[in-house]
Structure formats: structure tokens, C-alpha cells
Design a protein around this ligand. Structure first.
Ligand code: G3H
Ligand code: ZN
Length: 288
């Protein structure tokens, strides 16, 4: 079926008490892996492209790959911009056919974050495209994937409930990416979610809440987060680890292999395993 917008998908998730997985599609094989699993698991799914992925693959290629895959699927598939840090990136993705956007002004002072978010919302809403925006700061683990240091790092940048409420009201954003204890790029699941904070934000704002950096969460944390009000969950690092890990394994075992299909095919299967296990934990399996 044609690409759908994320709005309906997340509304249903919010009402149904589950979360939809938003998986980063960094190349063709990963995009195929995500959509194949969604189809097999009868799950709605969001494929998202970061600015880095867009730079790497080219905007038109990403849209074409995801569109072709979605058209061959019978479950709802959305194409989302992940962490678009400026207006230009959001305009380009809107024009290219993305079915939801993200404007990330989280590093800006609050007023400027409101300003850029509102601009993107006004523009996207005119085309019936929903927008996600970030409050608080969900940082990057970078090389410090060390529990104590990383957990401490999140504390200073948590979303503030009253600010989140104002942010939603002033911008009319559709989905709220709130900093609630995770950090991007964790290779081990040691994040501790601020469950009371999620519940408070959920009470104060009515929009679906998005969990970023979810590779750093154990299954139990994820389930607690969903019960507290999370409706969209972003996963990138775990897929990268599985995909590249399998590539390395094959190349180490068969150093003479020169057929990329024999390396990327199994890597795709490894990515599929991760996507499948996440969908089961998110509760979106069977919801299409
Ligand atoms: O926006 C992307 C996500 O928040 C992914 O985070 O790489 O830690 O899974 P992750
Ligand atoms: Zn993120």
C-alpha cells in the first residue's frame, strides 16, 4: 500500500497501550529487513532516515527504496525524518514525500526551539503531515558507553514537564520526543527511564510521546515506558550492531569472499531478528 502518515498509527498505539517501532533505515538491506518483518509480524511500522542517512544515500534514493518496499507491503508503512535540525532539511523531506517530519531544535534556547518547531509545524500541517519535536536534550553516548558516566549525562538534560506542556501548546506539534533518561548510541541496555516524568508529561500533554535512544533500554524498561505513556520507540544502534556484526563475522570466517550478497544477505537477516524482537516487546505485532 502507499505510504501512510504516522499520525493515525500513533493515535491507535496511544489508545491501544502499545508502541510503534521507528527503525532507522541506513541502506537498502536494512530498509528491506524492516518492512519484511513488519509484513511477517502484521505490524504497522515507521522507517526513519536521519540527516546522515540522507547525506549518505541521497534523499531521492531513500524515498524510492522505502516507497517501493511499502507499496509491496500490506501493512501500514510511514517514512519519517529523524532529527532534522533545520528548516531546509524539513522542507526538502516534505517535498520529497516523507509522511512525517522531525524538527530537532533541542540544542537551542527554549524560545528558539519553539520558533523553528512552529515554522515546521505550520508548513507541514498545511500538507497534512505531522511533526515530531524534541524537548530536553537526548544526547549521544559517543565513545562513553559506560553505565555510570552515561546515566549521569542524561540527568542534566531531562525534559521539564511545564516546559513540555508550553512547547506542545505553542507549537501545535504532533509527537513529543522527550528526554526521559535515555541517550543515543548505547551498546548495552543500562538506561533507567524516568517513569514518573513520562507519566507527568503524558498527563499534561495529550500528544504521543516518543522514546529516543531506545537501544539502551532493557525489555523491562521499554515495557514500563510504554505503560507510562510512550507510543513511538526509535531504534538504530541495535540494528547497526547486528548488521555490521554479522558482516564482520562472515568476512573473518571467509576472508576470500568477494560476493557482497553473501555478506549483506546474512547481515539483513541479523537485522530482521532485532526488528522482530523489538516489535514483540513494543506490543505492535499483530496490530496492522
Ligand atoms: O533517533 C534515533 C534513535 O533515537 C535511535 O537511538 O541509536 O540509541 O537506538 P539508538
Ligand atoms: Zn533519536
Amino acid at each position: 500500500m502507499p505510504l501512510v502518515t504516522t499520525k493515525e498509527m500513533l493515535k491507535k498505539a496511544q489508545e491501544g497501550g502499545y508502541a510503534v517501532g521507528a527503525f532507522n533505515a541506513n541502506n537498502m538491506e536494512i530498509a528491506q529487513a524492516i518492512i519484511e518483518v513488519a509484513e511477517e509480524e502484521r505490524s504497522p511500522v515507521i522507517l526513519q532516515a536521519s540527516q546522515g542517512a540522507i547525506k549518505y544515500a541521497g534523499l531521492d534514493y531513500i524515498v524510492a527504496i522505502v516507497r517501493v518496499a511499502a507499496e509491496g507491503a500490506t501493512v501500514p508503512v510511514a517514512l519519517h525524518l529523524d532529527h532534522g535540525t533545520d528548516l531546509d532539511q524539513n522542507i526538502k523531506c516534505l517535498r520529497a514525500g516523507f509522511t512525517s517530519l522531525m524538527v530537532d531544535g533541542s540544542k537551542l534556547p527554549f524560545e528558539q526551539n519553539v520558533e523553528i518547531t512552529k515554522k515546521v509545524c505550520d508548513m507541514a500541517h498545511a500538507c497534512n503531515i505531522p511533526v515530531e519535536a524534541e524537548i530536553g536534550q537526548i544526547g549521544k553516548a559517543e565513545d562513553t558507553d559506560e553505565p555510570g558516566v552515561t546515566i549521569e549525562k542524561t540527568k542534566d538534560f531531562l525534559a521539564k514537564p511545564e516546559e513540555a506542556k508550553k512547547f506542545v501548546e505553542q507549537t501545535k506539534l504532533d509527537f513529543l520526543a522527550a528526554a526521559v533518561g535515555t541517550i543515543h548510541g548505547c551498546r548495552t541496555p543500562f538506561a533507567k527511564l524516568e517513569i514518573d516524568l513520562i507519566k507527568t508529561i503524558r498527563k499534561l500533554t495529550d500528544v504521543p510521546i516518543v522514546l529516543h535512544g531506545a537501544s539502551g533500554c532493557s525489555d523491562e524498561e521499554v515495557k514500563k515506558g510504554i505503560a507510562a505513556g510512550i507510543s513511538k520507540i526509535n531504534i538504530d544502534t541495535r540494528i547497526r550492531m547486528a548488521f555490521v556484526g554479522k558482516m564482520k563475522e562472515i568476512m573473518e570466517k571467509n576472508p576470500k569472499e568477494i560476493d557482497p550478497r553473501k555478506i549483506l544477505g546474512p547481515a539483513k537477516d541479523a537485522a530482521k531478528k532485532i526488528v522482530r524482537s523489538r516489535m514483540k516487546v513494543f506490543g505492535c505485532t499483530g496490530k496492522a
